[in-house]
Design a protein around this ligand. Sequence first.
Ligand code: DO4
Ligand code: MG
Length: 300
Amino acid sequence: MRVIRYENEKGLPVLAALTEQSEVYNLSYKGFMELVEYAQNTNQTPLSLLQEVIKDEQPEKLKVEELTLLAPIEAPEVWAAGVTYERSKDARNYEATAGKMDASTFYDKVYDAERPELFMKSTAARLVGPNTEVYIRSDSTWQIPEPELGLVINKTGDILAYTIGNDMSSRDIEGENPLYLPQAKIWKHSCSIGPALLLADAVENPYQLDIHCRIFRNGQKVVEGFANTNQLKRKYDELVSYLLRDNEIFDGTVLLTGTCIVPPNEFTLLDGDLIEIEIPGIGVLSNPVKAPVNKQAALY
Ligand code: DO4
Ligand code: MG
């Protein structure tokens, strides 16, 4: 069972349940956290609540592919974990050492350390949902999407749902100096989530999820990558518990769990590219890429 948000014909956001058969059932809750709160107050899980709600209802006469989907949750903050997969460690070492892949760096240290790397990735205002443009920076020449599983948590760290996240990143800025990490990670429209929230109770094993990334340029697929969350070095609860340490975390926060798919080193995103990230069971998060006006001009 999944939860989506879409914009109705009046331009208003609607929360809806999306079944495995892609049937859409409109819900009366303002947002996902209101649904979770209602389930808690009535001693139900979000899954059993939704199963009850849709039992006697008819689905809407709507096709999910035709809806204007919004980010499935208005996450107050998005945090991210880094170097949680070996592939990410190798890619960071490459960019930080001008290609000397066998060089040992702080990325090796953090991969093996007890404390994970966690960083602030985005805020509600910088975040976008499905089919909305993600931006690339004007001052970077090496930029990639990072396809990641996202955990939707509450203020006490319970994992309520899973979603897909794109942690857009600048490899040259991060590679130049790790202290530039916030600039390599955070700018307007540098993070997208969606297209749906997969309820945690509906997932048998969250360490067996396939992640698939495709990048298209002029209609042609130019990058493709696969991974599985069974390659993750850490446990989700471990990442969440470090995030909560001496911190105040808000209901509906999203924690991205790190990337295991990195495009070839010679690849950089360009204006007009289309990024698709798929996790079966959640859906496909699709975002076109937009360069700032000065970069678009430089291309022609
Ligand atoms: O160390 C920098 C960021 C790593 C990251 O975002 C990832 O591994 O996904
Ligand atoms: Mg990342």
